[in-house]
Ligand binder design. Structure first.
Ligand code: FRU
Length: 523
């Protein structure tokens, strides 16, 4: 009974999809045909970052320096599955277009190079550079595979390296590791930032089921000052990739600190996910009244996300890895594997008296959205649906506003793929169903159920919904990023049709509806 409304919709969608199968065949004029073969393989993201080839996971070393955004990432240059980790490197001037750079960090005798962060040592506290040419310092985890295979628990340590030539060549510090292992199996992913309160460096480290905070004056010698989280948040898996930063509550002078912790497994919709905590930081200790977990994104494909150090205007810019360890190694791409989320700006809002961490595409993303067709206002009668052709296939953005809270969408093509998502007022939930969305059988876990996102604090009235659709991903931003779902999809052919269903007995109004083309970034 509980799922009756949803099941009825699924049936209706499938009937409509199959009845319409051969009508309007291929009347769509494809305006999104790429001009070159570069980045044109099946499923290749057209406006998301992906490596030219081979395996990628977490974003690392996000830092802005001299007008350039750096993106380092977990990279294995010899295969499309995870292996001995390096740091790949790319740079961007606008956070939209990316330039590939040489691999920055290679494994050495201390181990593989796992996730971490990067800082600009402006005061040359490390002595690696000069005041005139301050070093970029990368802080990362060494993972010694031989140690792990021998059944030891001390195989993860922390190391540092620096670059003085615009980050194209790197020197590892001779005194590595700078933090040895105290006998904790999962002891990794250092996030370092300049601590304004105490005028020194702060490092966050995860240690199994909690986060540790360490301070240093020179990036080489570290002292642990506190820990956080053993009794807070979700603990269905190991804590990974911490981050922490201050944000002003929008429209006020109140400042709160936000902690991000990725966890695998243990996310509400299965496998990997990123939780957040809102609280206070006194330079040494993070405290919060929040006990239960909150999630930055309730889709299945936003993991290990962290934010930029030194971004202009104090902006807090987040990038996540658009995959999930449940099936990351099995997705059906051949030359490369996986992509990053769109870069998103994080802000803190108070909605109905509750602090909400909001994530929403950066302004600069609008630069590659072309004007497309004129915005339309739609009224969908009770129990009816509206069907429209997608003009730009899977390289588009759908955007609209509505006050309705009961609406279902179906993206489909004429080979029978169907991706269903929408809001259900009775349960106050957003539903995402990729079970019939295309290729799903590469791993059982990929499409085993319907994903659900409670919309418990969504304000009443009109909300905006924004949906960038790239070849193998869909990101759904509800109410300017108060609720977000990011998911991979592998349709057998690009979706061609969008249907909007009104399952209620009242007319549904959708205003300012736009489907616009998103330009590819790889020419
Ligand atoms: C997160 C993670 C990190 C680790 C890295 C290894 O996805 O497991 O904890 O440093 O990936 O590639």
């Amino acid at each position: 009974m509980k799922n009756f409304l949803y099941n009825a919709l699924v049936l209706l969608v499938l009937t409509v999809t199959f009845t319409c199968k051969n009508q309007d065949r291929k009347t769509v004029v494809r305006e999104d045909a790429p001009k070159s073969d570069y980045y044109s393989e099946m499923y290749r993201p057209q406006f998301h970052f992906s490596p030219e080839e081979k395996w990628m996971n977490d974003p690392n070393g996000l830092v802005y320096h001299e007008d350039v955004y750096h993106l380092f990432y977990q990279y294995y240059p010899d295969s499309t599955v995870w292996g001995p980790m390096h740091w790949g490197h790319a740079t961007s001037k606008d956070m939209v277009h990316w330039e590939h750079r040489p691999i920055a960090l290679f494994p050495d005798k201390h181990g593989y190079i796992f996730s971490g962060s990067a800082v600009i040592d402006t005061k040359n506290t490390s002595g690696f550079g000069t005041l005139g040419n301050p070093p970029m310092v990368a802080i990362f985890t060494y993972h010694l595979m031989e140690g792990e295979q021998a059944g030891r628990t001390d195989f993860q340590t922390q190391g540092i390296a620096y670059s003085l030539d615009k980050e194209d060549s790197w020197t590892k510090y001779k005194g590595n590791p700078v933090i040895g292992n105290p006998g904790i199996k999962d002891f990794r992913d250092p996030k370092v930032f300049w601590n304004d309160q105490l005028q020194l460096w702060t490092m966050l480290l995860v240690a199994g089921d909690h986060m540790q905070i360490w301070n240093s004056t020179d990036l080489k010698q570290w002292e642990q000052v506190s820990e956080f989280g053993k009794e807070k948040g979700a603990h269905g898996g190991v804590w990974e990739c911490p981050d922490m930063f201050p944000l002003k509550v929008e429209g006020t002078d109140e400042e709160k600190w936000v902690v991000l912790i990725s966890i695998n497994p243990g996310a509400p919709n299965g496998g990997s996910g990123t939780q957040y905590f809102i609280g206070d930081f006194d330079g040494k200790t993070f405290t919060t009244h929040q006990d239960s977990p909150r999630w930055i994104d309730l889709g299945r494909d936003n993991y290990a996300g962290v934010t930029y150090n030194n971004a202009p205007n104090d902006d807090r810019i987040f990038i996540g890895w658009m995959s999930n360890w449940d099936y990351a190694r099995d997705t059906p791409t051949s030359k490369w594997r996986s992509a990053m989320t769109l870069p998103r700006k994080l802000t803190l809002k108070k909605i109905n008296g509750v602090y909400e961490l909001v994530n929403y595409p950066l302004e600069s993303f609008n630069d590659i959205i072309s004007s497309g067709k004129k915005a339309q206002d739609l009224v969908i009668k009770a129990d009816e649906q509206k069907k429209m052709k997608l003009l730009y296939g899977n390289t588009s953005e759908i955007q609209f506003k509505t006050s309705g809270r009961d609406v279902m969408f179906n993206l489909s093509n004429d080979v029978g793929d169907s991706l269903l998502f929408g809001m259900e007022a009775r349960t106050n939930t957003f539903i995402f169903d990729r079970r019939k969305s295309g290729k799903t059988d590469f791993k059982d876990d990929f499409a085993k159920g319907v994903q659900k996102m409670p919309l418990s604090n969504l304000p009443e009235g009109e909300i905006e919904v924004r949906i960038p659709l790239d070849h193998s991903s869909i990101e759904i931003f509800i109410n300017k990023g108060q609720y977000v779902m990011t998911n991979q999809i592998f349709p057998n052919e690009p979706y061609e049709t969008l249907e909007i269903f009104n399952p209620t007995n009242q007319p549904l109004e959708i205003t300012d509806f736009k489907e616009r083309k998103v330009e590819r970034i790889w020419d």
